[in-house]
Design a binder for this molecule. Structure first.
Ligand code: ADP
Ligand code: MG
Length: 608
């Protein structure tokens, strides 16, 4: 048989390579602005027409190219960024594969005008479908100016697959945002069909975020910071109440390169667990700083997927850093207790209520809870000390509903002085809703959901302290379970006993309930256990919370379900303030709304 293998002509090989790297106008934008960043530009202007289908132009003030380099740059595997294989593990630049320009020039017409720093004259090269059409000396500013015209003009099949201008433009904006967020020290300008889309002055990361996403971000960002031997993490996360229904404001950067990472995404999302509604997405801008030889950037042509050597430990660090940031902030979502009298609630007859003190305990950190004494907290806090003088009557109210609560949380977190509490009026509707007035109108609280949230936080605290609590002893009740449930019960037994249950194994598939936590109101302990197991099993969502949280969740749901009854004024008061002192008070652990505020305007509309 005659030999039939031959090398493909360069133009064809380049076109094939372009298939991977250049999918749409946004790919060109990405590659070219990354080249400008690598060329140490301090200003990058991106001009596009028709969502980049007819023109993508990138102008930078970087170091430019000599005449020979400008010509070489379009060869496949031509790069100034690495020279040997080992360099692949010490990459500090955005590019290194040397294929972007060759690929772009294979599927479009490219004009480049460039002048290297210190050179008197620049170079102009035109390449179309891999053919050099023009090369000449030309006077031009220092830096580089690429104009890419008529993308895919020579591959109609691919041109046909481009989406609407709106979609393609959106991709372009995304790419620019990613590089811009990674490099706030560079000025970026994006112009589409003569309209300014982005104009981002130099600044720090926070200013860049605000410039891109709007002023509302300013008060929404919480610092994240962790330093370890493996990785350094910096950045911001959004407050839970600002989580959005659409993903989008979620960014990881590794050594200043945008990255997608599903596994790390879950590390962040799971730290928000129980703080945001199901199906909403927290915002985050997290920058990883890591030794380049601990990652592999070269696993995908577009370099947005990155492999980490220490993937698992980093997951844990990231998760802990986000959790700590959320904890430190000790967020009180939705009821924006502003720093002054503009806060929306508690106006009515109450006076002298210090709103900001409820809002934030800046020193609160769930990881240090045990170490910190109440006094050290008080000294750092700006909470007026006299407000801590609780009278004994007050304590009694607290004990009515949540008996063991005089310990931990009351001291650790801010409690609301009794004289403040007594002045707020509450009404109950249908044994299910509690109503009170707030500055902006009327607040409706779902009683069982509020109860569930309070119990949940209490159980989580108890479980984390592993502290036995008072048990109500019972006439022993035995529970027979199917093998699966029995296995689960065995698994959870120790934890449940830590919560104040007194359970012991009895035979092959049954156990005995000797006692229950003091604060659980049930008439059928057997059903409680069955329900608890059921609730535990059916907890949905793709993120599985930790064991403690799952138990706490199941417990709170089970015990709160029956909380439909007439409440005395004091009990409503207690429930309300306990809810306000929860870390999260607007959603149940399963993400259902607890509070609804009906504004005066809404009432006015209804009564028109
Ligand atoms: P890579 O970025 O992987 O090196 P490219 O094909 O994107 O490959 O670019 C090839 C080379 O062209 C780069 O290594 C760089 O030396 C040069 N180059 C590209 N764009 C610019 C620019 N805007 N300013 C200066 N040099 C550039
Ligand atoms: Mg490049």
């Amino acid at each position: 048989m005659a030999d039939c293998i031959h090398l493909l002509p360069d133009a064809v090989a380049n076109q094939i390579a372009a298939g991977e790297v250049i999918q749409r106008p946004a790919s060109i934008v990405k590659e070219l602005i990354e080249n400008s960043v690598d060329a140490d530009a301090s200003k990058i202007t991106i001009i596009v027409s028709d969502a980049g289908k007819t023109l993508v132009q990138i102008i930078d003030d970087g170091k430019g190219m000599s005449e020979t380099d400008a010509r070489m740059a379009f060869e496949r595997h031509a790069t100034s960024k690495i020279t040997k294989a080992e360099d692949l593990f010490a990459i500090k630049t955005k590019g290194f594969r040397g294929e972007a320009l060759a690929s772009i020039a294979a599927v479009a017409s490219v004009d480049v005008k460039t002048r290297a720093k210190g050179e008197a004259i620049g170079t102009h090269i035109r390449i179309s479908a891999s053919e050099v059409e023009l090369q000449e000396a030309e006077a031009c500013p220092e830096g580089t100016n690429f104009a890419v015209k008529n993308l895919f003009f020579n591959i109609p099949a691919r041109r046909k697959f481009l989406k609407t201008d709106q979609t393609e433009l959106k991709h372009i904006i995304n790419e620019v945002q990613r590089v811009a967020l990674a490099h706030p020290e560079i000025r970026f300008k994006l112009i589409h069909n003569n309209h300014d889309i982005l104009d981002l002055p130099k600044g720090n990361v926070k200013q860049r975020i605000v410039n891109i996403f709007g002023r509302h971000m300013e008060n929404n960002l919480i610092d994240v910071k962790i330093d370890t031997d493996i990785v350094r993490l910096r950045g911001y996360i959004g407050k839970p109440e600002k989580a959005r229904k659409t993903s989008g404001e979620q960014f990881f950067f590794v050594n200043r390169r945008f990255m997608r990472h599903g596994y790390y995404f879950r590390a962040v999302a799971s730290a928000y667990d129980r703080l945001i509604q199901n199906n909403s997405y927290p915002q985050f801008f997290i920058y990883f700083d890591i030794d380049p030889d601990k990652i592999d950037v070269n696993i995908h042509p577009t370099k947005t997927e990155i492999k980490f050597t220490d993937e698992r430990p980093i997951y844990q660090m990231l998760h802990a850093a986000v959790k700590e940031a959320l904890g430190k902030f000790n967020l009180v979502p939705s009821l924006d207790f502003e720093k002054d009298e503009t806060m929306g609630i508690y106006s009515g007859p109450r006076t002298g209520f210090k709103a900001p003190d409820i809002e934030v305990n800046p020193n609160f950190n769930p990881f240090e809870e045990e170490k910190k004494s109440a006094s050290s907290f008080q000294s750092k806090s700006n909470y007026p000390t006299e407000n801590f003088n609780k009278n004994t009557d007050d304590l009694k109210h607290w004990q009515n509903l949540y008996p063991e609560q005089e310990s931990e949380t009351t001291d650790q977190q801010q409690s609301i002085p009794s004289e403040e509490r007594q002045q707020t009026q509450f009404f109950q509707v249908k044994q299910r809703y509690i109503i009170t007035t707030v500055k902006s109108g009327m607040m409706v609280i779902d009683q069982t959901r509020a109860h569930e949230r309070i119990l949940y936080e209490q159980f989580v605290a108890l479980l984390s302290h592993r502290k036995g609590i008072v048990q109500k002893s019972l006439y022993p009740v035995s529970v027979q379970l199917n093998p699966e449930d029995f296995a689960l019960a065995m698994e959870l037994m120790e934890k449940l006993n830590g919560l104040g249950f007194d359970l012991s194994v009895f035979g092959d598939s049954s156990f005995v309930i000797n006692g229950l936590p003091a604060d659980i109101v049930v008439d059928d302990p057997k059903r409680l256990i069955e329900e608890l197991l059921e609730n535990y099993k059916t907890q949905s969502g793709e993120i599985k919370p930790e064991l403690d949280q799952r138990i706490a969740w199941a417990m709170s749901r089970t015990s709160a379900r029956h909380f439909i009854r007439v409440l005395q004024a004091e009990e409503m008061q207690e429930l309300f303030y306990r809810l306000m002192e929860c870390k999260v008070h607007n959603f149940t652990p399963s993400g259902k709304a607890i509070i609804s505020i009906i504004s005066v305007e809404e009432l006015e509309k209804r009564l028109k």
